[in-house]
Design a protein around this ligand. Structure first.
Ligand SMILES: Nc1nc2c(ncn2[C@@H]2O[C@H](COP(=O)(O)OP(=O)(O)O)[C@@H](O)[C@H]2O)c(=O)[nH]1
Ligand SMILES: [Mg+2]
Length: 300
């Protein structure tokens, strides 16, 4: 996990220490920090964060800094800058759910990012906390999507409200909410279709679902692997629909690593959970220290 970002960091430390005698010259420091900035960008860290981190390093690593001190300074400066970026507003989901019954969650995200799988994971989490859930299969764009979410509903043993393939997704959402009201359901999770994120039909469809279902929470699911495109995807949903929180999927498969840092920096919205696999138990609550440790832990 996060191997490229880890490597950027450990190589930057190695290169700068190798370039220095007992102390470093200003030119060497400048050159190595510039190289580090480029490697951060290559590891999907957005420009704003990379620039900030490197400014801090420039301020901390001085020409008379002892070679033996450099790794410590790099680690501390990089770690402090990252933890600041990863420190996001929080939503206490279980507490929010207590306030409103049924609590309605709308999931949006580009095609294939992991929305449906994430919904299954969240259902499992909510069930473990004693919440009664129901699903709205409002991705009516693909027949297979309705089958896929129906299989999750079966596996997790919860009700699902679905209509025919190609039917109006807003009508599915409407029925799911009414079902929940009539059946004392705590949480309704509404799946939606993802196409290209600039598709106007999809945007209008999602707006209609939102108008009709009146979700308490709109969650954008983003694939950790998409890097800067993930930032663009969320920006489009934020602009057209409004996004309250983010869930990042596929962290287990993220060999690069900067995506989560960029999403945190660009939106400063709560990241509720991270997805770490393909089964319904592969969901972790977002924990900034944990993410930081994963970034800073040396590769084996
Ligand atoms: N490795 C990994 N795969 C995931 C994760 N979440 C989803 N996937 C996989 O990504 C693919 C697309 O997921 P799906 O939920 O259908 O995406 P959707 O089109 O956004 O609904 C599936 O093969 C999932 O098993 C995750 O956290 N880790
Ligand atoms: Mg889906």
């Amino acid at each position: 996990m996060f191997n490229l970002l880890k490597k950027s960091f450990s190589e930057a430390v190695l290169k700068i220490t190798a370039a220095c005698e007992s102390t470093c010259s200003e030119k060497e420091i400048e050159q190595k920090i510039n190289e580090f900035e480029v490697s951060l960008l290559q590891a999907n860290v957005s420009e704003g964060v990379a620039v900030k981190i490197c400014e801090k390093l420039r301020a901390q690593v001085k020409p008379l800094t002892k070679k033996s001190e450099i790794e410590k300074i790099f680690r501390k400066t990089f770690g402090d800058a990252l933890i600041k970026v990863l420190d996001l507003p929080k939503i206490d989901l279980l507490k929010e759910i207590e306030k409103q019954k049924p609590f309605i969650i709308l999931f949006v995200g580009a095609n294939g990012v992991g929305k449906t799988t994430t919904i299954a994971k969240l259902v499992n989490y909510l069930k473990m906390h004693g919440k009664k859930c129901a699903l709205g299969a409002a991705d009516t764009f693909r027949a297979a999507a309705i089958e896929q979410i129906s299989m999750w509903a079966k596996e997790l043993d919860i009700p699902i409200i679905k209509h025919k393939y190609k039917s109006d997704p807003a009508a599915v959402a409407f029925d799911a909410v009414n079902y929940a009201k009539a059946n004392k359901i705590d949480v309704v999770l509404i799946d939606t279709a993802g196409r290209s994120n600039t598709n106007t039909n999809l945007t209008n469809e999602l707006k209609k679902i939102k108008r009709i279902a009146k979700p308490n929470l709109t969650i954008a699911v983003v694939d950790a692997l998409t890097g800067n495109d993930g930032v663009n995807q969320v920006a489009v949903f934020e602009e057209n629909l409004g996004v309250d929180a983010i869930i990042i999927s596929k962290l287990d498969a993220d060999e690069i690593g900067g995506g989560i840092v960029s999403l945190a920096y660009e939106f400063k919205k709560p990241i509720l959970f991270v997805g770490t696999g393909q089964t319904h138990t592969d969901l972790e609550e977002y924990d900034k220290e944990n993410i930081l440790n994963r970034i800073l832990t040396k590769e084996k």
